[in-house]
Design a protein around this ligand. Structure first.
Ligand code: HAM
Length: 404
C-alpha cells in the first residue's frame, strides 16, 4: 500500500473537514469585514524569492526548504510561507505604484522540511493577511484585533506576545551592543548561537537552550534601545490595545524566525496544544517590498497555522438543513431526481438513488442532517403528490408536486 509522506496528512475525517471549512468560512468573513480581499499565489516559486525575503540565515531557508531543480533547470522551491509570494505578486503587478492601501488575504498549503511531531508538519495550512501602504500604527492594532476576532469567534483561548524589533535607525546599534555582549560570553553559548552571532545575532534571543537563555536574561534589551520613532509607535500600539481591552505580554526575546521583520512583532500562543504553541505570528516588514525590487512600501501581516487550531475550535451545534429525497418504487426514481434537482437551485439537497422502504429513507435523511425527508411511492406517483416529513417538529404532510 502506498502511504502519504511523513508529516503530510489528509483532512478526511468528517469532524476535521467540518472544522477546517468552518475555520476558513469564519476567518474569510472577518478578513472581509476588515477590508481584505482574496489573493491566490503559486505554491512553487523561484528559490531566490525566499532566500531574499525570509533570509539565508533563517532555519526555514537554511534547513527546511523543499528545493529542487525542475526540468527546465530552474532552481525552484515549494513555498515555506505565504508572505514572500504575496509581496512578489504585489510588486510584479505594479501595485506598489498605486497610492491606495491594499489589503490581501490567502489560505493554502505551506511546506517545511521540519522534524514532524504534534503540531509540526511538513505540509501544513496557513490563513494569512498582508496589508500594504500603511505606516500608521493603527493598522498594527487593527491586524492584532482582527486575529483576536477570529479566535474569539472560534472559541479559542490565547495569549498575545508582543515586541518591537526596531528599524534601520536603532536595530544596527542594538545589534552591535548585543554582539559585544555575546563576545563576552563566547565560551558559554551553544554552537548554534556561535553561528547566529555571525549571521543574524538577534536570533540568539529565541534559542531553546536553557543555558543560553540564563545568559541572555542579562543581555541588552532591544526595548530599551529603540529610537524615538519606534518607541513612540510601540507606546501608541500598546495604548490602543489597552483601549480595546486586548491583553498582551511584552516579550523582549520574541524575534520571529523570519528575517524580514521590523518594528511590531507578535505571536499568539495557546497553552492547550503542547510544545508547538504558536497559533499565529506576524509583524511589520516595512522594507521587504523594496528588497524585492518594489517601491518603498510599509507593510504588515500575520499568518495563522490552521492545523494547530483543529482541536481548539468550538463548533456551533449542527442544525438540520435542507432536504432528503427518496423513492419507494423503481418507477419513482426519475421523478424524485427531477424534484430534487429543482429544489437544489436554492437548498442543500441529498437524493437517494435506490428504491428503498420508508424506514431506510428516514434513517438516511437523519444521517444527511436534513430538515425534511421527501418521499415518492406508487401512491404519490399516481396522485401527483409527495409525502414530506418535517424532521425538526416531526409533522408529516402530503403536498401536490406542483406546489412543493
Ligand atoms: P510563521 O510564524 O513562520 O510566520 O508561521 C505562522 C504560523 O504557521 C505559526 O504560528 C504556526 O501556527 C504555523 N506553522 C508554522 N510552521 C508550521 C509547521 N511546520 N506545522 C504546522 N504549523 C506551522 C509566517 O509564516 C509569516 N509568513 C507570517 C506573516 C505574514 N508575517 C507577516 N505576514
Amino acid at each position: 500500500m502506498i502511504r502519504s509522506l511523513r508529516g503530510m496528512n489528509d483532512t478526511l475525517e468528517l469532524e476535521d473537514s467540518a472544522r477546517f471549512s468552518y475555520f476558513i468560512q469564519t476567518a474569510t468573513q472577518i478578513a472581509k469585514n476588515y477590508g481584505f480581499r482574496f489573493i491566490e499565489t503559486p505554491q512553487l516559486e523561484e528559490t531566490a524569492l525566499f532566500k531574499r525575503s525570509v533570509g539565508e540565515s533563517s532555519d526555514i531557508v537554511g534547513k527546511e526548504m523543499y528545493q529542487f531543480i525542475d526540468k527546465g533547470e530552474n532552481d525552484v522551491c515549494l513555498r515555506p510561507e505565504g508572505t514572500a509570494g504575496v509581496v512578489r505578486a504585489f510588486v510584479q503587478n505594479k501595485y506598489d505604484r498605486q497610492e491606495t492601501t491594499q489589503r490581501l488575504f490567502y489560505h493554502g498549503t505551506m511546506f517545511r522540511y521540519e522534524r514532524p511531531q504534534k503540531g509540526r508538519l511538513r505540509q501544513f495550512h496557513q490563513f494569512g493577511c498582508e496589508s500594504f501602504g500603511e505606516s500608521n500604527v493603527l493598522e498594527d492594532a487593527s491586524l492584532i484585533l482582527m486575529v483576536r476576532d477570529i479566535f474569539n469567534a472560534l472559541g479559542i483561548n490565547f495569549t498575545l506576545k508582543l515586541n518591537s524589533l526596531g528599524d534601520q535607525n536603532c536595530m544596527p546599534q542594538y545589534r552591535d551592543k548585543l554582539v559585544s555582549f555575546l563576545d563576552q560570553h563566547k565560551a558559554e553559548i551553544c554552537e548554534d548561537c556561535q553561528r547566529r552571532k555571525e549571521t543574524n545575532p538577534v536570533r540568539v534571543l529565541d534559542c531553546k537552550n536553557d543555558k543560553c537563555q540564563t545568559i541572555y536574561a542579562n543581555a541588552p534589551k532591544l526595548m530599551q534601545n529603540l529610537c524615538e520613532g519606534c518607541d513612540n509607535d510601540f507606546k501608541t500600539l500598546t495604548s490602543l490595545l489597552d483601549e480595546h481591552e486586548m491583553a498582551y505580554e511584552i516579550d523582549t526575546h520574541l524575534v520571529r524566525g523570519l528575517d524580514y521583520y521590523s518594528k511590531t512583532a507578535f505571536e499568539f500562543v495557546s497553552t492547550e496544544i503542547g510544545a508547538q504553541s504558536a497559533i499565529a505570528g506576524g509583524g511589520r516588514y516595512d522594507r521587504l517590498v523594496e528588497f524585492l525590487d518594489g517601491r518603498p512600501t510599509p507593510a504588515i501581516g500575520f499568518a495563522i497555522g490552521i492545523e494547530r487550531l483543529m482541536e481548539l475550535i468550538k463548533m456551533p451545534e449542527v442544525n438540520r438543513e435542507g432536504y432528503y429525497f427518496g423513492a419507494m418504487d423503481e418507477n419513482a426514481i426519475a421523478k424524485v431526481f427531477k424534484l430534487g434537482m429543482k429544489k437544489r437551485k436554492s437548498n442543500k439537497v441529498t437524493i437517494g438513488y435506490k428504491a428503498r422502504n420508508l424506514k431506510a429513507h428516514l434513517k438516511a435523511a437523519d444521517k444527511a442532517n436534513a430538515s425534511y425527508c421527501a418521499i415518492l411511492g406508487e401512491n404519490e406517483l399516481n396522485n401527483g403528490t409527495i409525502w414530506v416529513k418535517n424532521l425538526i417538529n416531526k409533522t408529516e404532510s402530503e403536498i401536490a408536486q406542483d406546489e412543493f
